[in-house]
Design a protein around this ligand. Structure first.
Ligand SMILES: [Zn+2]
Ligand SMILES: [Zn+2]
Ligand SMILES: [Zn+2]
Length: 257
């Protein structure tokens, strides 16, 4: 049996922690667990390497975690903190000498094309990022070579977002509403990675209280919260108030599944 592993490349919300210009206790903390790059993950599953989202910290995340190969990129939704590093995949294009397969829905792909318009215009410029787009639809299973991955349709305010299930792990970032039918696909999980922005309610992310309720309903063996804002407070303080089997994630954390 393969050992499957997720690495949390970043666990911070869109502005990261520390946020530029902020002097709060979290942003000023020297504790490494209070420093958070933008949310993204690397999943080694059945011998293949998947990147979930390609945020503005992508390059640093690859270097920090010594990642030397990506077989496929999965995009959850097209906010800048999830696609802003797209241009930097050129490094892998040079080393792997081929386009990288990119799986997302049509909505995100159209937005990516607008954001990085110069990549998708006819051009003979030789060093543009290169991907091969494969459309996936929510609530369907898709294949990458011999692996099966399920795409889950969730809501991020008014924006559709994709969650993913790899075997007994599910990854749900940028979400504040999970349609009832999707819970069917979240049964028997060993690991649930779930958005929990901050203590206070927010229009497009689960608050910590909401995430805890959802995590109880899903009942994975282990739940790890991501996409954390400096408003959440210090990692070491928030960790004390969480139910059993639930933790706040931190950058470069790895979990086998
Ligand atoms: Zn985000
Ligand atoms: Zn702050
Ligand atoms: Zn978002």
């Amino acid at each position: 049996m393969n050992t499957n592993k997720i690495t949390l490349l970043g666990t911070g919300t869109s502005v990261g922690i520390p946020m530029v210009g902020c002097k709060c206790i979290v942003c000023k903390s020297e504790q490494p667990k209070n420093k958070r790059l933008r949310t993204s993950a690397y999943i080694e599953y059945e011998g293949k390497n998947f990147l979930i989202d390609i945020g503005p910290d992508f390059r640093q995340q690859m270097l920090n975690n010594q990642i030397e190969n990506i077989d496929a990129i999965l995009i959850t939704h097209p906010h800048f903190d999830h696609i802003g590093g797209y241009d930097d995949i050129r490094g892998f294009n040079f080393s792997q000498e081929k386009p990288i397969k990119l799986y997302t829905n049509q909505f995100s792909y159209e937005a990516l094309k607008k954001q990085f318009y110069y990549v998708f215009e006819a051009s003979d410029y030789p060093s543009l990022p290169s991907t091969e787009y494969i459309e996936i639809k929510e609530n369907t299973t898709f294949q990458f070579e011999t692996t099966d991955i399920k795409a889950l349709g969730i809501w991020h305010g008014k924006m559709p977002c994709l969650g993913f299930r790899f075997g007994n792990l599910a990854y749900l970032t940028d979400v504040n509403d999970i349609p009832e039918n999707v819970f069917e696909d979240l049964k028997n999980l060993d690991v649930l990675i779930l958005d929990a922005l901050r203590i206070d309610k927010h229009p497009s992310h689960f608050s910590l209280k909401e995430s805890i309720e959802i995590a109880k309903k899903i009942n994975a063996k282990q739940t790890v919260f991501i996409h954390i804002s400096h408003h959440m407070g210090l990692h070491e303080e928030v960790s004390k108030i969480l139910p059993k089997n639930m933790t706040i994630g931190f950058d470069s954390q790895t979990i086998n599944f």
